[in-house]
Design a protein around this ligand. Sequence first.
Ligand code: UT7
Length: 328
Amino acid sequence: MSPTRITGTGSAAPRNVVTNQDLEKIMDTNDEWITQRTGIKSRHIALPGEKFSDFAVPAARQAMALAGIDAADLDMIICGTLTPDTRMPSGGCCVQALLDADRAFAFDVCAACSGFVYGLSIADRELRFRPDQQILVVGGDVVSHHVDWRDRATAVLFGDGVGAAVLTGAGETGHRLLSVELGSNGKLGELLNIRGIGSAAPVTAKDYDPDDNYIRMQGREIFKHAIKNMVEISYRAMKNAGIEPEQITKIIPHQANLRIIEMLAKQFRVPMERVFVNIQSYGNTSAGTIPIALDEAARGGFLEPGDMVLLTVFGGGLTWGAAVIEWE
Ligand code: UT7
């Protein structure tokens, strides 16, 4: 069976940068708290009018350029996002139209921060049946449009950005995706939610509360579940890839909290210099964290031929996932 390969990556984020010092001016917070508790120093925040496709399309174009394919070559577009431009058409269909990827079919995966890794899994399964396909997986969010700037417990954490990757089972070049594993627990969904907009709280309802448009999180609880589930799913991904934990040489973790990242590094006995961290300049971009980090790690030379790379993610739903890639 031909292995699934990642042949190109890309990423994009808004130009507008908001620092911790900027936030100090609008809410009761400070750089010291944010830095010590999260590792974040600044984040990219979309300006009014900026939307998901403004970042998804350039990220996709970069990934296709590296993969050496055109939009016309795409068979499928999967967008892992919570924040498509519109509910209908989907984010995937918007991206398809803007790219002129007329031969493809497109859809969204709603798995919050785990959306990109969920997309990798779907692409991997598809390629087992038809390896010759070219599949674009996009992951990212303009989550700042759901941030309540009065709520310091969440407002300092999030940023906007999108990443993308091209996957195929055709050809002999590209980084081999050895395994992808997913998990979820809907019973704990209340711990991290956006209540409004769905059919349970439609904006047309008389008693619609605009505050329901905001992201709410029970941070400490999420912290515990994030570590437990990312550790478990990562071991499962390694086992299914047929490798021992000691063989992992680089980790690209979800960028939600530097303390969580450090705990994962310790758990897998990978020194921090071999763990990719860009949380300081992005914050938590939801489904964007993994593909943006993967793209920066690839382009910046952090990933080297022979590396055994672990991706691990956790998000709302609750959802989580992990993947192992052999870098070529
Ligand atoms: O992407 C999805 C996955 N997300 C995650 O994995 C995030 C997981 N959770 C976390 O990363 C952390 O729980 C947070 C960074 C969200 C919060 O850190 P914490 O150490 O758990 O802080 P806390 O929520 O327990 O709050 C500690 C204190 C509280 O004050 P008191 O009650 O001790 O007086 C908060 O009111 O820090 C206060 N606080 C703040 N102070 C200054 C909360 N937010 C802020 C703030 N600035 N922005």
